[in-house]
Design a binder for this molecule. Structure first.
Ligand SMILES: [Ca+2]
Length: 321
């Protein structure tokens, strides 16, 4: 039996900018970036992608091909496709369509013209989710993808500059968040965190290093700085290995924390954190400032996950097939 997945607060991503300044729940998109899959023994990732279209574009039904690109943590890739008629849903175990053993990382799904993966198109109708089952820790939790809007009219090709890459720059697809804001973390054990940070470095390639700045706040507005490095494309790291600032011992004994909080159980320490991609260096020494990152927090043993808030202000995102 598995615990019920509990999504704390941050399951709804609010977006600003490029959308007339309206604040609303995440829109269906033409490109969904899912934060994690895991094919290791005892790990089971269930996916879903749904073509939630109203069905009519210029009087024609909008069937598209959903193209899966699985990006392993070492940046190697595995591909799968499935045609989606209007209002079709496609779901199952990741390992049924990506048989690479022990592979883990992130994946994305983009809409293309029917049976033509080389022609990504605008079809802002894709919605999806992942449910991950961790049989080792008797846990399961949901991880929602980040939705990117295709820019332009329905079924128009999105690769405006013809470079074969997905520009998350506001001209091909909507932009990425400029920073990731997790509204809460709980103070971690000094001897081994139960909570892990997942980071996706969207522009990374094999051999690259992404340097991420963290602002870590206690529960009383005090802020501390830390840095985290992601090798290759994806990482999942225990918080206490990123910085001792995340530990309950540090927050309780070495900061001016609020003694009345955590409300109802002040022995627990809490804070919040904000991440920003500082730079990315690729294997050839190329350097990108403010690289686009996405992420999630996963608390392994008590089975919850948290996705960040963020404002759509980073035009540096690039995904490669
Ligand atoms: Ca492009």
């Amino acid at each position: 039996m598995f615990h019920r997945a509990i999504q704390l607060g941050a399951t709804v991503l609010f977006t600003l900018g490029g959308l007339g300044g309206l604040v609303h729940a995440q829109d269906p998109g033409s490109l969904l970036v899912y934060p994690m899959f895991d094919n290791r023994p005892g790990q089971f990732t269930l996916f879903a992608v749904t073509n939630a279209t109203d069905g009519l574009v210029n009087g024609q039904a909008t069937s598209v091909t959903a193209n899966f690109v699985f990006v392993d943590e070492d940046c190697s890739k595995t591909y799968a496709t499935e045609d989606l008629t209007p209002n079709d849903t496609y779901s199952g175990f990741v390992r049924a369509i990506n048989e690479t053993p022990n592979s883990r990382g992130y994946f994305f799904v983009y809409a293309s013209a029917l049976d033509d993966p080389d022609t990504p198109v605008v079809s802002n109708s894709l919605i999806g989710t992942v449910i991950h089952i961790d049989a080792f820790n008797n846990a399961s939790y949901e991880l929602l993808p980040t939705s990117y809007l295709g820019m332009g009219e329905a079924l128009e090709p999105t690769d405006v500059n013809g470079d074969g890459q997905f520009g998350l720059d506001g001209t091909e697809y909507s932009m990425s968040p400029s920073s990731l804001m997790f509204p809460m973390f709980l103070g971690q054990s000094t001897f081994g965190s139960s909570t892990e940070l997942v980071v996706l470095s969207l522009g990374a390639t094999s051999g690259s290093t992404t340097v991420i700045d963290l602002d870590i706040y206690n529960d009383n507005e005090e802020v501390y700085s830390a840095q985290h490095q992601v090798s290759n494309c994806w990482s999942r790291t225990r918080l206490n290995l990123i910085s001792g600032i995340f530990t309950a011992q540090f927050l309780r004994n070495f900061t001016n924390d609020d003694p009345g909080e955590f409300v109802g159980f002040p022995f627990i320490e809490a804070g919040w954190t904000q991440l920003h991609g500082q730079f990315l260096v690729d294997a050839n020494g190329g350097n990108v400032g403010s690289p686009a990152i996405l992420g999630a927090l996963i608390r392994r043993d008590s089975a919850w996950s948290m996705r960040p808030f963020g404002l759509r202000e980073n035009p540096n995102g690039l995904l490669q097939r």
